[in-house]
Design a binder for this molecule. Structure first.
Ligand SMILES: [Zn+2]
Length: 534
């Protein structure tokens, strides 16, 4: 207990019963109220909206988030954070740092877009801004807004009260490729970090603890054969594409005899050039997903066996390039408890009739229950479960190395399909603007609790040692020495960047991106002659 508090309690013994003690001497409740008020100012609400809209308009695919890098680091620098650009071998990675000493608190969320999900925001029908182009079909455009606004507000309150600690804002680069956090961990980026506060878009406000989701290895097999005239002398050739196809066929037969919890999917990224040339090179890209480290490794090894067998059958050879990997995530209970309390304090944004009308029209279009937007927060904390597995998120790699908690904030419409243009409909509308700002409120309240409560940090690490890592110590599923696959998506963005550039949100001329695009919000029915189909 600090001397100031001890003195206070000598004078007013009853205070000891009502005020939770913090290392900084302020009571936590009033600091949380203060940081909540800070995030809620018109200035920071505007910043939430501008960041959400700007990143939506960028629509940059994983490892190509260069406009995002410039824009976000510019904001951090203006707010007094020192910025390191490029980290863990990834040019679009950044670390924005403010403050000094312990505790070191991380803020982390994803920043990348998805292929094929370009969509006009604010309208409940299919209308790509760029047909075939990238878009925010998962809502990662809103996450940097959550993190940065929360970090700014936390910093301001810490500064005002002379609270010690270091804040670090780090992006989830290329989360859709599950291919950045492993490299960040192995490069030592999180060494010395005490707590990680992570965020992900959702259609409600929630957190949880324990193990969730599937883990995976993302890996490419490239087969090498011999080229020949496909009609003139096919016997002289050995087709690399045959090998890729036979690997897929073998895998799909074997799939029947694998655990139901496994999930695996592949695409052929290169299958030759034209039919009359026997393909001398072909690449197939697999995600092998399972529920724990030994099983992920086993599934990956089985994939390697299939590749070997396919090469033997076709007289070809192959190489493998692991791109990324993640364990299932394992979130901290002590941190989730503090976050849950903050969620209940913050509550849900107030949705307008227009917001609800868009949500219901989008749900009707997607043949979902037309329940509209979520209006309540969960009244208790839930333990996560892996169930039969599903998606993966490489924040998991952080969660096994630093006590981590994840907030799902309410910026999207329930019932939309994931990794799909429908999940982009709400993402540059007041639904996402308010959802992101409310997400920041929860993160900032949790951050200030971590900053002033040494016991919480200690308890989080005790839980990390005794529960999180009791049965497993994290090991990398990416072979040592592998470089991050930063060339991914460069070809796609070379095509789409010139189309996206004239559509970048200009906050100096337009209040919102909807205004810039001329969208009458909400757009409930498709105008005659609009492009695209459902
Ligand atoms: Zn995501």
């Amino acid at each position: 207990m600090h001397r100031r508090n001890r003195l206070l309690f000598l004078l007013f013994p009853a205070l000891a019963l009502v005020l939770p003690q913090t290392a900084s001497g302020q009571d936590l409740e009033s600091l949380q109220e203060e940081v909540l008020a800070e995030v809620s100012t018109p200035e920071l609400q505007k910043l939430s909206q501008v960041m959400v809209d700007k990143l939506f308009s960028f629509s940059e695919l994983g490892f190509q988030e260069f406009w995002t890098l410039d824009f976000v680091t510019g904001i951090l620098e203006r707010e007094g954070f020192s910025v390191e650009r490029g980290c863990a071998g990834m040019p679009t990675c950044y670390v924005g740092t403010w403050g000094s000493g312990k505790p070191v608190i991380g803020f982390m969320g994803d920043i990348d877009a998805l292929p094929e999900t370009s969509q006009r925001p604010g309208v409940a029908y299919r209308d790509p801004l760029i047909p075939g182009g990238p878009g925010h079909g998962e809502g990662h455009n809103s996450t940097a807004a959550v993190d940065v606004v929360a970090a700014i507000a936390t910093k301001r309150v810490m500064e005002r009260h002379g609270i010690q600690g270091t804040l670090k804002v780090i992006p989830g680069v290329a989360e859709e490729l599950v291919a950045s956090r492993n490299y960040m961990v192995t490069s030592g980026l999180f060494e010395g970090m005490d707590i990680m506060l992570s965020t992900h878009i959702g259609s409600g406000m929630s957190t949880g603890y324990g193990i969730s989701g599937s883990g995976l290895v993302s890996t490419q097999f490239t087969f090498y054969g011999t080229s020949a005239h496909s009609a003139g002398s096919p016997w002289a050739g050995r087709s690399a594409l045959d090998a890729a196809e036979l690997m897929d066929i073998g895998w799909n037969f074997r799939r029947e005899h694998l655990r139901l919890q496994q999930r695996s999917h592949s695409i052929i990224t290169h299958g030759g050039n034209q039919p009359n040339v026997v393909p001398s090179e072909a690449t197939v890209w697999y995600y092998f997903r399972e529920l724990d480290y030994p099983r992920i490794k086993e599934l990956h090894a089985l994939g390697q066996t299939m590749a070997e067998a396919a090469a033997m059958m076709t007289g070809t050879t192959f190489t493998e390039r692991v791109l990324g990997a993640a364990w299932p995530s394992n979130m901290s209970k002590p941190l989730a408890e503090v976050m849950q309390a903050a969620i209940q304090e913050v509550g849900m944004p107030e949705w307008t009739e227009e917001d609800q009308a868009l949500a219901k029209a989008a749900q009707a279009m997607m043949e979902q229950d037309t329940t509209g937007l979520t209006t309540e927060v969960p009244d208790s904390l839930r333990e996560s479960s892996q169930g039969m597995g599903g998606g993966s998120d490489d924040i998991a790699e952080v969660s096994w190395n630093v006590p981590t908690v994840r907030l799902r904030y309410s910026g999207n419409i329930p019932g939309m399909t994931g990794h799909h243009w429908s999940s982009g409909i709400a993402m540059a509308t007041p639904i996402a603007h308010k959802g992101a700002n409310y997400g920041s409120r929860v993160i900032a309240m949790t951050a200030i609790a971590v900053a002033v409560d040494e016991d919480l940090v200690e308890e989080a690490w005790r839980y990390h040692r005794e529960v999180t890592t009791k049965d497993y110590t994290w090991e990398s599923l990416v072979p040592a020495g592998t470089a991050p696959p930063i060339q991914l998506n460069a070809d796609k963005m070379a095509v789409y960047r010139p189309m996206l550039e004239p559509m970048i949100y200009d906050e100096t001329r337009f209040d919102t991106y909807l205004e810039q695009l001329g969208v009458t919000y909400p757009g409930l029915t498709k105008p005659a002659g609009a492009s695209g189909g459902k």
